[in-house]
Structure formats: structure tokens, C-alpha cells
Design a protein around this ligand. Sequence first.
Ligand code: 5GP
Length: 201
Amino acid sequence: MQKQGILIVFSGPSGVGKGSICRALIKEDPSILLSVSATTRSPRNGEVHGVDYYFLDTKSFQKMIEEDELLEWAEVYGHYYGTPYRFLQEALDRGNDVILEIDIQGALQVKERFPMAVLIFVVPPSRLALESRLRARGTDSNEEIEKRLRCIECEIKMACHYDYIVINDELPRALATVRAIITAEKARSQRCQFLLRDLLS
Ligand code: 5GP
């Protein structure tokens, strides 16, 4: 029996550094795949269709919903975002681990459909650190930044629904914590039934 990959879901306030954690994980283990979401938001400078997101108009996004092509979807900061289902299921079936970097509404939908998904919530060391990071990123307008800052409190209150909380004070430390979580999750007895069956046969 082929071992299924694990589904790892990262959420956290905008600017907290989820993207850096995900990129670093994938760089050190290319068998971990990052799911590319669909969105109706416009591309930022340097973002590429099919790499960062599938940038769609609202009609095409709605068509994906109607045709049941999305594992989950949500409206975030006034735009639609969703996870294409087929890529994810095929990757997990091949034994690849898959990372989703999605918002809280989406993460909770994923947990319902994939109860063994591992939900990780990334928090900043302080509110101030997050605000300066969001401004220093220089990729969003002031209005967009204000919109994102207004959501922080509600987002942090939802962190209790996650399996793990990781503080991103320094990237290497946060990464070490995430690696430890993944290692422990892979050793969960529920995931290792195929090993036990082999030993008994
Ligand atoms: P950004 O516009 O900064 O790329 O993303 C805004 C928010 O949308 C982030 O919190 C990000 O995690 C979330 N997001 C990105 N892709 C998806 C997705 O496929 N589904 C959901 N529910 N949220 C997503």
C-alpha cells in the first residue's frame, strides 16, 4: 500500500512570514509540494500566473466553484481565493506532502474534509513587528495594509482552532519548530497503519 502524503495547512496574519517558511521547507525537501491557489485578486509586481496564483476573473472563479473543482474557497480582504482540488489529491495519493497557505475560513473547511490535515498558525513576536513588516514589504497600498491590519485581532482569536502555533521571531527557529511538527506528525500511529500491517504479514 502506498503511503499517503500529509497535508500541512499554514495560516496567520498577513505579513507574518508564512511564505518564507513554506519556501524554505520546499527548498530543503523538493518532495514537498506547494498548492497554487486560484484568486480574483490582481497580480502584484513580479507575481506569475500558475506559479504564485492562478489569477482569474470572478466568472471563471465561480465556474470552478460550480464544477466542484475547489477543495475550499473563501472571500479574503474583498477577493476570492480557493484551493484547486485535483492537484492536491493526486499529489497526496502519490505520497507527496502538500502545503497550503490559506486563510482561516479555508483552513477550517479543509479540516472538515481532511481530518488528518495538520493546521499550523503562524504568529508574529509582537503586533508592532507585524505592522512594520507589512509596511516594509512594500507590495501593498496603504489602504490594503490598513484593511489587513484591521483583521489581525479576529485572526488571532481563531488560532485556538489550529493544531499548532508557531512564533515567527526568527526564520531558522520557526523552521526548526515546523520541521519537528512534521516529523512528529509522520510518526502518528494513525498514519503508520501500513507499517504495522507489513510487520504482521
Ligand atoms: P495575498 O493576497 O496576500 O496573497 O493572500 C491574502 C490571504 O489569502 C492570505 O491570508 C492567504 O493565506 C489567503 N489565501 C491564499 N490562497 C488561498 C486559498 O486558496 N484559500 C483561502 N481560503 N485563502 C487563501
